[in-house]
Write a protein that binds this ligand. Structure first.
Ligand code: CA
Length: 229
């Protein structure tokens, strides 16, 4: 269920909006103060904000800017004065829509639904796009932190995964063991560069057909390792 925050100081208007939205299956919270509303929007998860322009505490355009700095959710700004909305629009505060009061509640509901579905499509596209490195039969899903060799999943520890991802993310670049240790292990870690050798060996056991003739992680004698593409 989508959650909507109404920031509006006129109680009658706020209640009318809330009733209509609730009748249409939305969960609704109301704030009558700009500053409190901005705080509420930032500290809790909302899917959409309906924001009045003239508010006590903090003016609507300021509330809009504050929310926009941290969140991408749709914001519909409302005001009784069309000129004021035009001004706010001109300032580019990042609201997604502007409505002049009075408007019919069904018009509001229609716009809310349109913005929510547009936003869900956008967010859905981003969410569905995992970052993947694919080289020959090796597939590293960086988002899901999973590794597949010829379609078969291999289980990696956190450090093995980080090391493999780092090397694969910098193909044909030679890194010394000291470089890799600094990159993957933080300063507090116990261990030394020999840890790198151990991890490389384990990674090879999982991704290479033959550890003697590695296809992916090459040893550059006297220097370090290189991920071949
Ligand atoms: Ca007001």
């Amino acid at each position: 269920m989508s959650k909507i925050l109404i920031i509006e100081d006129e109680v009658a208007i706020a209640e009318l909006q809330r009733d209509y939205l609730e009748m249409n299956g939305f969960e609704v919270e109301v704030c009558g103060d700009g500053e409190v509303g901005a705080k509420e929007a930032l500290e809790h998860e909302y899917d959409l904000i309906i924001l009045d322009l003239m508010l006590p505490g903090m003016e609507g355009y300021e509330v809009c800017r504050t929310i926009r700095e941290q969140k991408n959710i749709p914001i519909i700004m409302v005001s009784a004065k069309k000129e004021d909305l035009d001004k706010v629009y001109g300032l580019g505060m990042g609201a997604d829509d502007y409505m002049t009061k009075p408007f019919s509640p069904s018009e509001l509901v229609a716009r809310v639904k349109a913005h929510l579905s547009r936003y869900e499509r956008l967010v859905g596209q981003v969410k569905n796009k995992n970052e993947v490195i694919e080289i020959r039969g090796l597939r590293i899903d960086k988002t899901a932190r999973r590794v597949f060799v010829e379609g078969e999943e291999k289980i990696f520890t956190t450090k093995e995964f980080d090391l493999l991802t780092f090397l694969a993310g910098h193909p044909n670049h030679v890194f010394s063991k000291a470089d890799l240790f600094r990159e993957i292990w933080d300063m507090e870690s116990v261990g030394d560069i020999a840890t790198v050798t151990v991890h490389i060996k384990k990674i090879r056991e999982k991704i290479e057909k033959s550890s003697d003739k590695p296809e992916y992680i090459e040893t550059i004698w006297g220097v370090g390792y290189r991920f071949k593409v």
